[in-house]
Design a protein around this ligand. Structure first.
Ligand code: CTP
Ligand code: MG
Length: 199
């Protein structure tokens, strides 16, 4: 029982930078400067927007940056309380490790790289999701069950794998955990008026 709780906590800590990166644009996307849509307002061959107004440059860059900041904060915090830093403990197991050995002793550098891959991975999945939504005729903000909640997680997990591979049980646990967490947060966002749809 204790084992499973530890595994759940470790898996959530591992992807936490991706969760923050995915949620941050809701708060960062507003305001006028750099708030241009990534697709520049352009349309795809089907005469629908490529991505839509919900995907801004500020949201993308701010989200990625918040993933990096979160990851660095986790590493600093956890090394101070002496809890094993799961993010870092996966680092020397990656297939790309031979190329990354130069940062083997620098936890902060590792955290920056891992935070970047998790954050950017999450935001790329989010963009891919919007692209698919526009092609399916869904307007900005309309929900697409499972893709909205899990798309960003899958791309973040994919991008981080070569640098910090995760055990399969983490992946399996994270699917229902993220789905549940996303729905609860989204509903709270709807109640306070920052999300347009309840799910
Ligand atoms: N956001 C942003 N830039 C991004 C991603 C999100 O500015 N790259 C901001 C937008 O204000 C967006 C909000 O975060 O409306 C919520 O994000 P999301 O739910 O992913 O976008 P939707 O508006 O629902 O658009 P879509 O239908 O394309 O998913
Ligand atoms: Mg949405």
């Amino acid at each position: 029982m204790v084992d499973i709780i530890v595994t759940i906590i470790n898996s959530i800590v591992f992807v936490f930078p991706a969760l923050v990166a995915n949620a941050a644009p809701v708060f960062l996307g507003r305001g006028s400067r750099y708030n241009r849509p990534i697709d520049g307002g352009r349309f795809w061959k089907d005469d629908k927007r490529i991505l839509g107004d919900g995907k801004t440059i500020r949201g993308f860059l701010g989200g990625t940056l918040s993933g990096i900041v979160t990851c660095v904060a986790i590493v600093i915090l956890f090394s101070n309380v002496n809890y094993p830093i799961v993010i870092i403990s996966r680092f020397n197991k990656g297939i790309l490790y031979p190329f990354l050995q130069f940062m083997a002793d620098n936890f902060i550098l590792q955290a920056i790289l891992i935070g970047f891959l998790l954050g950017c991975g999450a935001l790329l999945g989010d963009l891919a999701g919007s692209f698919i939504k526009r092609r399916s005729g869904l307007k900005r903000g309309e929900s697409f069950l499972f893709m909205d909640q899990l798309g960003f997680l899958l791309t973040a997990l994919l991008l981080i794998y070569p640098v910090a591979p995760w055990p399969i049980e983490w992946g399996i646990l994270l699917l229902p955990l993220t789905l549940g967490l996303h729905m609860v947060l989204n509903f709270l966002g709807y109640l306070i008026g920052i999300q347009e749809v309840p799910l």
